[in-house]
Ligand binder design. Structure first.
Ligand SMILES: *[C@@H]1O[C@H](CO)[C@@H](O)[C@H](O)[C@H]1NC(C)=O
Ligand SMILES: *[C@@H]1O[C@H](CO)[C@@H](O)[C@H](O)[C@H]1NC(C)=O
Ligand SMILES: *[C@@H]1O[C@H](CO)[C@@H](O)[C@H](O)[C@H]1NC(C)=O
Length: 459
């Protein structure tokens, strides 16, 4: 049998390009009626969401997401940035106390240092501390050999731009230029994404007579022409490209900086004058946003640069400050019922199509101590095919069940066959989470993927 470490090499040879489209979500916890992190983690596993961003380093959440196959982005709160920037040992202490106890069981892939740190009204936040805190944390990762797995970044608000239209001429606010230059240099040097929170909703709300609703709603609006020739059919693309131009204007034109939309969403309810904040519009925007996140498409300026997207937000948060819309960005109410219908179902997460939800009218899924391994629903088909070939070949799995006349032949789909084979391999090898990695295409699940004549083995 081939040792496991050969697998990535084999896969690399078979399929050099890995594209896994995935959908992220922001899991904020400013509510007094939210389910436990454990419940949230277990139920997210049955959806297409495979990346979760939180706003702190809450140990209950980090623990809850261990061995779930879901990647986590954790955060340093704005008011703790100064501490981490003060000395390298302060950064070391924070990492040792907050993060180290949970890795590698919890797949932490990034640390967001602050949130919209440069655009807050809080005068006590010194802009110079931000880059210093990022550098200190990066050195901690370097010293622990974790810098490739965990990226250090910081989510910005669109307010860091001097102007955002037309996209091709956008620049950062003059006062922020030196800080932005340091941050972008750091991101380029460390291969980390530039994160931006982008809300066409607010642009529409503040200018309803000049911004067409379809343009804000990620529709296929009549094109808005940029003087450089780019045509924008939706505002989110224009906002992303405005960021791109601002970065390029710092002189990073030839360095590749990946842009991630760390927050975007649409409220289902607002103040009386927020007429566009409706369940229908929220459903339209977030459905389109999720489709966009799953596509490999970029924006008019960089059509082939896939944009990672984190939907804002998982829950309505009843203790959030600000106008009513702030408390109504969630896809779900605190009791787990859907605020409106958005399809997060995931055909191959568990073998059976399952509804996310744990409130009135939704199925509560009973989970025992058993775990299984399946293919991620959106893992690239070539990768999954490579995994299937490996498991049934050198991996030593008895794959007769997925061949014609086998109990798991139907559905005759590569993800389904691979899930069967990956699970068998995972069970055979002691169910360590790394036996279900398969170059990022595997997912551990607590719900039995067996169906009909197809039985998934377990230890
Ligand atoms: C940073 O935070 C830690 C833990 O809360 C505390 O012990 C330490 O004194 C703080 N350091 C500074 C410079 O504020
Ligand atoms: C948007 O409109 C263009 C031009 O009418 C069309 O070619 C394209 O397929 C449409 N895209 C979507 C996503 O509807
Ligand atoms: C990128 O630009 C910098 C500064 O203009 C230059 O020194 C460098 O050689 C360029 N790199 C590539 C790969 O073009």
């Amino acid at each position: 049998m081939a040792p496991l470490y050969i697998l990535p090499l084999l896969l690399h040879l078979i399929c050099p390009i890995t594209t896994v489209s995935s959908v992220g979500i922001n899991y904020g916890t400013l509510g007094n009626n939210l389910p436990s992190p454990k419940t949230v983690a277990q139920l997210l596993q049955s959806t297409l969401i495979d990346k979760v961003k939180i706003y702190d380093s809450n140990p209950q959440i980090l623990q809850a997401f261990s061995n779930t196959g879901i990647d986590l982005i954790v955060a340093v709160e704005n008011n703790h940035v100064a501490n981490i920037s003060s000395t390298k040992s302060a950064a070391q202490d924070w990492f040792s106390a907050r993060i180290a106890p949970f890795i590698p069981a919890t797949s932490i892939v990034a640390i967001a240092v602050g949130n919209e740190y440069l655009a807050t009204d809080d005068d006590s936040l010194d802009p110079n501390n931000l880059i210093q805190a990022m550098q200190n944390l990066h050195e901690v990762l370097l010293s622990r050999g974790l810098d490739r797995k965990i990226k250090i970044t910081t989510p910005h608000s669109m307010a860091v731009l001097a102007t955002s239209f037309p996209p091709s001429t956008s620049t950062f606010a003059t006062t922020l230029m030196p800080t932005m230059t340091s941050i972008v240099t750091f991101l380029a040097d460390t291969g980390s994404p530039f994160m931006v929170n982008a809300y066409p909703y607010f642009a529409y709300r503040d200018n309803p007579t000049t911004v067409p609703l379809e343009y804000a709603l990620l529709g296929n609006s009549t094109g808005v022409h940029d003087p450089s020739g780019y045509v924008y059919t939706n505002m989110l693309d224009a906002q992303i490209d405005a960021i791109r131009s601002a970065i390029a204007s710092l002189g990073f034109g030839n360095r590749s900086i990946h842009i991630t939309v760390s927050e975007s969403g649409w409220p289902s309810k607002g103040e009386p004058d927020e007429t566009a904040a409706s369940p229908d519009n929220a459903k339209t925007y977030n459905t389109r946003l999720i489709t966009k996140a799953q596509s490999n498409k970029g924006t008019p300026m960089k059509p082939n640069d896939k944009i990672d997207i984190f939907v804002f937000a998982l829950f309505n948060e009843n203790k959030k400050e600000g106008g009513a819309s702030e408390r109504n960005f969630g896809l779900f109410n605190g009791d787990g019922s859907k605020v409106y219908d958005v399809d997060l179902s995931c055909e191959f997460c568990s073998g059976t199509k399952m509804e996310f939800g744990f409130g009135p009218g939704s199925k509560m899924v009973q989970r025992g101590p058993s775990v299984w391994c399946v293919a991620k629903p959106h893992a690239d088909e070539r990768v999954v095919q490579g995994v299937l070939d490996f498991c049934c070949g050198a991996g030593g799995v008895d794959c007769r069940e997925v061949y014609e006349n086998g109990g798991c032949f139907m559905p005759n789909k590569v993800h389904a066959h691979a899930s069967y084979a990956m699970n068998a391999y995972y069970q055979m090898h002691g169910r360590n989470y790394w036996n279900c990695d398969f170059k990022g295409s595997g997912l551990v699940t607590f719900s039995d993927p067996s169906y009909g004549t197809c039985r998934y083995s377990q230890q």
